[in-house]
Design a protein around this ligand. Structure first.
Ligand SMILES: NC(=O)c1ccc[n+]([C@@H]2O[C@H](COP(=O)([O-])OP(=O)(O)OC[C@H]3O[C@@H](n4cnc5c(N)ncnc54)[C@H](O)[C@@H]3O)[C@@H](O)[C@H]2O)c1
Length: 303
């Protein structure tokens, strides 16, 4: 299969590149970051350092004729989205429309799109299922949700087959600390460098931390078959920050030096997503619990 992966130079993208190459797929990467830097892990892929919003992107797709576009390129920083909502919307919304225009220009080309738990906002109930109201608290949440509607509309109009995922907080190897699952990266850094870890609030706030290998397995399933539907991709479990810190200390083998600061405004107190729909319709379930995932990630960064 020929996969065109946008955002292949990023955290999840790099993990996907490795997985696709491992199973023998042909991988074409489009990532604006690759315009300035060469990434050694992309040496077995065809790489275009092009912006997904450019007309050139449509030409690349027409030329490459992929079976699937896996569209992971995005502006992912919540604070940047608040500071510059026009740029955020331009990349995440207009960029995705350009991806859809490109997709419809190649007969039979299918699509994977990663949306986010950020679209739900403060939960009305826990665990949050796919029918929960959409009430994003940030521009990023809006710009991740809006393309979902475009994808459904393009599918109705042009028959594009698709799968939409709504990821919980993803963590694992190759992650940049600024991402949505950033707290685990910050914890990792504190443990590896033996630096002070700052905890905001009482540490009882909960999140649904999913390991990137579970994200990859969901993507591989949806690469082989499109489900024309939307799925939470999550552990279905809430883990408190305090628990996460304790697991990290267990993995590192020593107690972290911690400081507690006032709770940050706008932070959601509790959140986890159900994943039953993905199991029922896709046959997907997460395999890596937080303790194992932290252990694997810590070993990766240590080496
Ligand atoms: N990391 C998470 O916890 C999480 C959670 C929910 C959803 N997601 C979604 O998963 C996807 C990947 O996230 P990630 O954490 O790997 O992010 P990342 O920032 O590591 O990777 C995104 C990549 O997209 C590229 N990119 C950005 N704008 C571009 C543009 N205009 N044209 C071409 N390339 C561009 C970047 O250079 C980067 O390499 C994003 O769509 C994100 O919204 C991530």
């Amino acid at each position: 299969m020929k996969v065109l992966l946008t955002g292949g130079a990023g955290f999840i993208g790099r993990n996907l590149v490795e997985a696709y190459l491992k199973r023998g797929d042909q991988v074409v990467v489009v990532d604006s970051k690759a315009a300035h830097t060469e990434f050694e892990w992309l040496s077995d892929c065809k790489v275009y350092g092009v912006d997904i919003r450019d007309e050139a992107f449509v030409d690349i797709v027409k030329k490459e004729k992929p079976d699937l576009i896996n569209h992971h390129a995005a502006q992912i920083d919540v604070q940047s989205a608040i500071a510059d909502p026009i740029k955020d919307a331009s990349i995440n919304i207009l960029g995705t429309i350009n991806v859809l225009e490109a997709c419809r220009s190649v007969p039979g080309c299918r699509l994977i799109y990663p949306s986010s738990a950020a679209i739900y906002g403060t939960p009305d109930y826990l665990g949050v299922d796919e029918l929960h109201p959409i009430r994003p608290l940030s521009m990023y949440g809006i710009s991740k949700y809006n393309p979902e509607e475009y994808i459904r509309t393009y599918s109705n109009l042009y028959g594009i087959r698709y799968t939409i995922f709504r990821y919980a907080n993803v963590y694992g190897r190759y992650q940049d600390p600024k991402g949505e699952g950033g707290v685990i990266c910050v914890l990792m850094n504190s443990a590896l460098k033996k630096q002070l870890f700052t905890m905001f609030g009482d540490g009882k706030q909960t999140r649904d931390f999913i390991h990137v290998d579970d994200i990859v397995s969901a993507n591989l399933l949806a690469s082989d078959e499109s489900f024309n539907d939307v799925f939470n991709i999550s552990t279905g479990k809430a883990t408190s920050l305090i628990e996460t810190v304790q697991y990290m200390e267990g993995v590192a083998g020593f107690e972290l030096e911690k400081q507690i600061k006032e709770e940050r405004k706008g932070d959601i107190k509790h959140s986890y997503l159900t994943n039953e729909k993905a199991l029922a319709k896709m046959g997907w379930a997460p395999r890596i619990d937080i303790k194992k995932g932290l252990g694997e990630t810590y070993s990766f960064y240590r080496s």
